[in-house]
Design a protein around this ligand. Sequence first.
Ligand code: ADP
Length: 307
Amino acid sequence: MAFIEVENLMVSYGDTVAIDEISFTLEAGVIGLIGPNGAGKTTLIRTFLGFIRPVKGKIVISGLTLPKEILKVRAIVGHMPEREVVSPKVTAVSFLVYCGRLVGMSYVDALERSHEVLNYVGLQEARYRPMQTYSTGMLQRVKLAQAILHDPKILILDEPTNGLDPDGRLEMLQLIREISEQRGVTTILSTHLLPDVQNLCSQIVVLKKGKLVFCGSLQSLIESRVNHYEVSVQPPIEPFKEELIKMGINFQELPQDILSLQLPENIQQQEIFHCARRAGTTVRSFVPAGGNLAELFQTKLEKKEGS
Ligand code: ADP
C-alpha cells in the first residue's frame, strides 16, 4: 500500500481553486514538493495538516484517512513552517518545553525531550538565550527541533534552507538526510531550490497552478528524457521547424536558436538530418539533452502550460 494516497483532491478558497482535482501516490522516503509560486504547495501542506477541508477528494496518509482521522494524523506529523514561529524574548528551551506541553507531554518529559532534540540539531549554549539574539541558521534549527519534538513518522518541511548561507544550507540538508535515513521518517520537502531536491529526494511531486505536472521518482523523470536531443541548424531555422512539425516531432525553442526535441519511438535520429536537408539547411549540432534538473522541470512545466 502507498504511504500517501491522494485521489481527485480539490481545494478552494472561495471561488479560487488552489488544488484542481489531482491524484497521486507516494511511497515512504524523502519527497520533493515543487512548483512555481501559486502552484498550490502551501495549500497541499495545509490540507495534509487538516487546516483546510478539501472540497472533494480522498487523502490517506500512513493508513489514516483525512479529514476523519486528522487528530491521529497530527500526532504522527511534524511541521516546519516557512514563516517564523518563535517568540523573540523566549529561550529555545522554554519554547520547546511549551511545544511539548501543547502536545501533551509532562513538564519533565518535555524538558528532557527538548534538550535531546536541541542536541540533535546542534544548538549548544545558545539554547538558554532569548531567541531574538539568534542567527537565521539558529532559528531554522529551532524550527526543525520543534517539528521533531514528538518523534513524528512524517516530517513536512516548508523551505527549510531559506535564508541560510551555503555552509548553513549544507548542514541543514545533512540534518534532514540523517533524520529521514537514520530515523526512518518520511519527509516532504517543499522548496523552490532544485539542487536541494536533487540532493535529498527520491520522489518528487510537481504542481503548477493547482494541477499535477509530475509525480514519480527522480530517476523516472530523468529517464523520460530518453530520445531527447538538442539541435541547432544553419539559419534560417523556420523551414526546419516546419519540417519537424510535418513529421510530428515536438520541440521547444531554447535560447540561441537551439531546439529541444523529443523523438517519437518510431523515428530514427537520421530523420533530423533528412528534415534539415529538405529545409535547405544543415545540422550544426545534435546532442542528447542533459539531465540538468532545472531544465527537466522547465520542460515539464512548459508542456503542462501548452497542454
Ligand atoms: P504555493 O505555496 O505553491 O505558492 P499556494 O498554495 O500558496 O501556492 O496558492 C495556491 C493558490 O491559492 C494561489 O492562486 C493563491 O493565490 C491562492 N491562495 C492561497 N492562499 C489563499 C487564501 N488564503 N485566500 C485566497 N486564495 C489563496
